[in-house]
Design a protein around this ligand. Structure first.
Ligand code: PGA
Length: 232
């Protein structure tokens, strides 16, 4: 596991963006899974700037959203789809056909999860998964207790996740979500984990303590190619 320490979130965003650009330059049709949240916002901003400056070409890149609140359509302003669309997809030269996302408003979450799993396989699996981390150690919406064998599925959010998201001003409080599973994350060729300084304690546990389903991010210790960019 490679750890890159940064002084502040600005530097974290820049380092993460530079890292991603390097990967796209190596493989222009990079297939990547992307997170939502406060942590990656500056990375997206820097990637948009690089795209506008002609330093990053997304024309062949394929993106998969990592998760979505169950019950919210992609049109809903609080959906993760909207976050990624507004902050990133709408501002870069991404082919809109290369965006895959979980339909949170599905009537059949089992079928939707299976469809997403199949799409991931059809596209050849992830080259790169970018993750944030929850204060309880969740990755995407794989909450503590999630099986390391898990695939895309409907999950109950942990009470602390619901509480935290509600403090961010999300008016409807979805208590369930569709999320890419841990086995699909682990099958990625490479993983980038981003964490601000408020996540210091959980990051320490995830990378130094024994691997346990109680701390989903600890499973990353089993992966051969993980980079962590953290704010000190
Ligand atoms: P955050 O969320 O980036 O908003 O802190 C991360 C997460 O809960 O996965």
């Amino acid at each position: 596991m490679k750890i890159i320490k940064t002084k502040n979130m600005e530097e974290l965003g820049q380092k993460a963006a530079d890292w991603v650009i390097e990967k796209i330059n190596e493989k222009p049709d990079l297939m990547m899974a992307l997170p939502t949240g406060n942590t990656p916002t500056l990375m997206y901003q820097k990637l948009v700037e690089a795209n506008k400056a002609g330093k990053a070409d997304f024309s062949k890149v394929k993106v998969f959203n990592l998760d979505e609140y169950y019950g919210l359509s992609s049109e809903h302003p609080q959906s993760f789809y909207q976050y990624l669309f507004k902050n990133f997809y709408s501002k870069i030269n991404l082919n809109k056909e290369n965006i895959e996302y979980l339909h949170g408003d599905t009537d059949d979450p089992g079928a939707e999860a299976q469809r997403y799993h199949n799409e991931i396989q059809k596209a050849g699996g992830f080259d790169l998964v970018i993750l944030g981390i929850g204060e309880n150690g969740h990755i995407a919406f794989n909450e503590p207790g999630s099986s390391f064998e898990s695939k895309t599925r409907l999950v109950d959010l942990a009470p602390e996740t619901v509480k935290r998201d509600s403090s961010l001003g999300i008016p409807i409080l979805p208590e369930r979500a569709l999320t890419v599973g841990i086995s699909e994350i682990l099958s990625s060729k490479e993983i980038l984990l981003l964490a601000g300084k408020e996540k210091k304690e959980i990051i320490e546990k995830a990378i130094k303590n024994p691997v346990t389903e109680k701390i989903p991010a600890s499973v990353l210790q089993k992966h051969q190619n993980v980079t962590v960019i953290i704010e000190e």
